[in-house]
Write a protein that binds this ligand. Structure first.
Ligand code: FE2
Length: 374
């Protein structure tokens, strides 16, 4: 490789390494610009780069750098979701510009979900430490759009489903904070207050022009209705429930089970999956559940598993016909050390390797797994 090209590569890798810890300062635009630049670097020959006393091929470094930037891009996109929810709630006078931004964000999400859904899905079951309802809304949006893709939705339907699921809990933000953060099971009176949130959500949506379509309002109103009529607020059954609301019901239940609430501990994503599957045909729609399982695998996309090789891996893609044998990416080797470069194992093709058990990893453990190139 030309000396100039090599210098340029090192400059870009250095820039990327500097960007990673500064999540807040990075915009999607900046990341995209860098990724475009990186794609333009010609890889005509393999040059070994000495990094931390080990040697890696230039192609390996570039591929990893590009994937890391893509991770960064998806995380920024993910975080933009709750920024806009907050904006819509706190500054309704800005709603014109919020509408444009939300549409732009959803357009991006639809595009990325179409290409590599697992890159966004991996956030949905990670343990959370901050504002639960904001993260929850974005997670439900991503999980619902994944189901929408499985149902073969058009771009415009995916967009509507995205808006409805991103704002499905709008009414929750109208309730007293002390109620939402209650560290115990709700009393009968508190429960009644909570059951008002679908109606409060619709009222709020009526005031926000970008949420006022009938389908979106119906989804917000019916997301807690259940197939057997055991839900609220109208005890509506099967056919009477809008498909968007049925989709949100599945994503919402799964997402909530994956996270610790003040009154109960989180389940592992695999356990949450087993729990929601048991609800199919009773409280949750059987047909939509089938699509959800096909798209998520029994060990859901984003969850971590211990392999029979002694390595720890993250599930990155599901095989619809083989829910117990997804595609995984090894994050820790058998000695428990983070892998510097990605190693992907497709369990469907590697019949000798099995998932031994699911494991929980926290954010800080994952941070240690970010590739360190320089
Ligand atoms: Fe809700």
């Amino acid at each position: 490789m030309e000396r100039e090209g090599y210098k340029e590569l090192l400059k870009l890798c250095t820039m990327m390494i500097k960007l990673i810890p500064q999540m807040e300062a990075v915009t999607v635009g900046v990341i995209e610009k860098i990724r475009v630049q990186m794609r333009e670097i010609p890889i005509q020959q393999t040059v070994n780069l000495p990094i931390k006393k080990q040697s890696y091929s230039l192609e390996q470094v570039l591929r990893e750098a590009n994937l890391s930037l893509y991770d960064q891009f998806c995380e920024t996109l993910y975080k933009m979701g709750f920024v806009y929810i907050e904006k819509a709630l706190l500054a309704p006078y800005l709603q014109g510009s919020v509408l444009i931004r939300v549409q732009h964000l959803l357009g991006r999400l639809v595009k990325e979900m179409n290409k590599r859904p697992w890159e966004l899905l991996k956030f949905a079951s990670l343990p959370l430490s901050e504002e639960y309802f904001l993260y929850h809304s974005v997670n439900v949006c991503i999980l619902s759009m994944n189901i929408g893709l499985g149902l073969g939705y058009s771009e415009s339907d995916l967009h509507k489903l995205g808006v409805a699921s991103l704002f499905h809990d709008l009414g929750m933000f109208q309730l007293p904070r002390v109620l939402l953060e209650s560290p115990r099971e709700f009393t009968r009176e508190e429960q009644k207050q909570l059951w008002r949130h679908p109606a409060l959500g619709v009222k709020k949506a009526e005031a926000l022009s970008f949420l006022s379509s009938d389908e979106v309002k119906q989804a917000i109103y019916q997301e807690h209705e259940r197939e057997d009529g055991s839900g609220y607020p109208e005890r509506e059954e099967g056919e009477g429930i809008h498909e968007f609301a049925k989709i949100i019901a599945i994503s919402d239940t799964f997402e909530a089970l994956c996270h610790t609430r003040p009154y109960r501990e989180a389940l592992l994503p695999h356990e949450a999956m087993v729990s929601v599957i048991k609800m199919a045909g009773k409280t949750l729609d059987r047909k939509i559940m089938k699509v959800f399982i096909n798209r998520m695998a029994l060990f859901p996309v984003g969850s971590f598993v211990f392999l029979s090789t002694g390595e720890t891996a993250q599930v990155i893609e599901a095989h619809a016909d083989s829910p117990l044998r997804p595609v995984t990416r090894v994050v820790f080797n058998r000695e428990g050390e983070p892998l510097r470069f990605r190693k992907v194992i497709d369990l469907k093709r590697r019949g000798s390797i099995k998932i031994v058990r699911p494991v929980t990893l926290r954010h800080h453990e994952l941070d240690g797994n970010l590739p360190l190139l320089i």
